[in-house]
Write a protein that binds this ligand. Sequence first.
Ligand code: HEC
Length: 130
Amino acid sequence: MGSIFHIRLTRLAARVLLLLVVLFAVALLLAASCASSQPATQVAVGRDIAIARCSSCHAIDAEVSGPNPEAPPLKTVLWRYNEERLADDFIEAVRVGHGDMPVFDFNPAGTDALIAYLKSIKSARDPEAE
Ligand code: HEC
């Protein structure tokens, strides 16, 4: 009697363990898929911000010339501007070192998105170094 009870208990434990393993695997898969899709979303949000707030002067995406010839194409700005400093400057609404460019007051999420977008379009080489 005692040993049958023991086997049942062991089987139950094995099932519970299997269930836990499956749940854990599913959780891992979900976490992995969220992590990989997030940057793409962030870049898209950043691009929307750039279109709305930067493209009236700067060239965006792979473009080389924008409406304002004084404004460098955005794909080149990370060559001269450290990305963390740029993020800080945007968050603190500091003037990002230039003439008639407005002061921005992005929230940290908006700034992260914008920087993610700038990184995604960053030119392979510094155009001024050529
Ligand atoms: C009203 C026009 C205007 C808008 C809008 C504008 N900029 Fe600018 N930006 C400029 C001009 C002009 C310069 C270059 C002036 C200078 O170097 O003194 C510049 C320079 C920069 C620089 C420094 C580039 C370097 O290589 O030193 C960065 C970074 C930058 N802009 C980012 C942005 C971002 C990001 C946005 C949108 C959130 C934006 N700008 C919106 C006009 C603008």
